[in-house]
Design a protein around this ligand. Structure first.
Ligand code: FES
Length: 68
């Protein structure tokens, strides 16, 4: 079984469980999930209304097919 997850956020969310802040990844690209590692910078030049897939590089998705 495979799963595609869509993230629309392009930056982290600050949370303050105590005295110090932590930055939670909202873009889905962090290699240190659930914490932000700065990888969201890859999403800076995404165009609104377009869908992208991140593997080694960013590619624009034009069609999604699902096996049944
Ligand atoms: S928000 Fe995902 S890496 Fe920063």
């Amino acid at each position: 079984m495979a799963r595609l997850i869509r993230h629309e956020a392009t930056g982290p969310q600050e949370v303050k469980p105590g005295e110090q802040s932590a930055w939670v990844c909202m873009c889905g690209l962090s290699q240190n999930y659930p914490f932000c590692d700065g990888s969201h910078k890859k999403a800076r030049q995404e165009e609104p209304g377009k869908l992208y897939c991140y593997n080694r590089e960013r590619t624009e998705v034009t069609e999604v097919k699902a096996d049944q």
